[in-house]
Design a protein around this ligand. Structure first.
Ligand code: TYM
Length: 337
């Protein structure tokens, strides 16, 4: 159990955007870990649909992807009784706190964010204010719940650092209001790379879907994608991300999907060829994902249950978030009756 100094369980917060299908990068860097953490922490998990609209979404697809992500969370073992599981747009405090935090954030800081620069290049026809403001909304998400710990992939490290900066700035300007959160990164797989370009992050929006394994891919597609994965020169199956990025990426994936350490995986494949290795990785991934997909489909057929989870989650989340928001409004001088 992770206990904070006041004797309560530490508060843990994370979110995923309901855009497209999730990739095994999202699974390994984030969701797989969420269920494992739920006994040790007071966990709050959101579906970040307000972040999702910073890139244009088709409304019906956004609605569908929202329920699909909720069902995926639960299928991966997140227990809605133990955790607070909710949809970001159901708790208006997120938008409200983000507005206040905007006044504690500098334009130059946002312009320097790596993800903003990457996404601006990718969506040059739609560099909207929301895209730039994305990290402030993320800061609001985290700070509303007095979060101690945020489990995310390493691509979110910069956003977490700016969250701490904004929180510290507000605390210094008034009095201690927000907890400064720490990032929590998985030891193996905090950055899963593209199977065809192992120097690049595996991303939902990659131009070539053959390098990306989606959590909803069927068994044949998964195995085919791993068979085609780029390996490295030399025949050895060794974890060495600098010299062997392709093989190291596959070893990380295999390690997470089998629960074996990277060293055990290296030993298992010592003397094997790349072909045999890649097939084994594909099979391990498929063996784990297919039952999750079946459970996800079962849950998706029960819309009433999913709606009930969202309703309860929104109530619990709003009650907590509104406490922080009320404190903030008081400190900044918003008049109250
Ligand atoms: P999103 O949906 O882009 O990513 C969800 C999670 O997946 C991780 N991730 C990866 N991990 C390892 N390898 C990869 N290739 C890979 N790709 C993605 C991300 O780091 C993330 O943890 N901005 C967040 C969503 C968010 C959030 C928050 C997170 C909104 N508010 C508050 C934490 C706290 C994001 O990147 O979502």
């Amino acid at each position: 159990m992770e206990i904070a100094s006041e004797g309560r369980k530490k508060i843990l917060y994370s979110a995923v955007q309901p855009t497209n299908n999730l990739t095994i990068g999202n699974y390994i860097g984030a969701v797989n870990n969420f269920a494992a953490l739920q006994n040790d922490y007071d966990c709050i998990y959101a579906i970040a649909n307000m972040h999702a609209i910073t890139v244009r979404q088709e409304p019906a697809a956004l609605r569908r992807n929202t329920l699909a992500l909720l069902a995926f969370y639960i299928a991966c073992g997140i227990d809605p009784e133990k955790c607070t599981l909710y949809l970001q747009s159901h708790v208006s405090a997120h938008a409200e706190l983000a507005w206040v935090l905007n006044t504690f954030t500098y334009v130059g800081e946002m312009e320097r964010m790596t993800q903003f620069k990457d996404k601006s290049a990718k969506h040059a026809d739609n560099i909207n204010m929301g895209l730039m403001d994305y990290p402030v909304l993320m800061a609001a998400d985290i700070l509303l719940y007095q979060t101690d710990v945020v489990p995310v992939g390493v691509d979110q490290r910069q956003h977490l650092e700016i969250t701490r900066d904004i929180a510290a700035r507000f605390n210094n300007a008034y009095s201690p209001t927000f907890t400064l959160p720490e990032g929590l990164y998985v030891k193996v797989g905090a950055k899963i790379n593209d199977l065809l370009d192992p120097l690049k992050k595996m991303s939902k929006s990659s131009e070539n879907p053959n390098g990306v394994v989606f959590v909803n891919d069927d068994r044949d597609a998964i195995i085919k994608k791993f068979k085609r994965a780029v390996t490295d020169s030399g025949a050895e199956i060794k974890y060495d991300p600098a010299a062997k990025p392709g093989v190291s990426n596959l070893l990380s994936i295999y390690s997470v999907f089998t629960g074996k350490s990277v060293e055990e995986c290296e030993n298992e494949f010592s003397g094997c060829g790349y072909g045999q290795f890649k097939l084994a990785v594909g099979e391990a991934v498929a063996d784990k994902l297919i039952p999750i997909q079946t459970e996800q489909a079962r849950l998706l057929a029960d819309k009433q249950y999913l709606d009930d989870v969202l309703k309860t989650g929104a109530e619990r989340a709003a009650a907590r978030a509104n406490k922080t928001l009320a404190k903030v409004y008081k400190k900044i001088g918003f008049y109250r009756f």
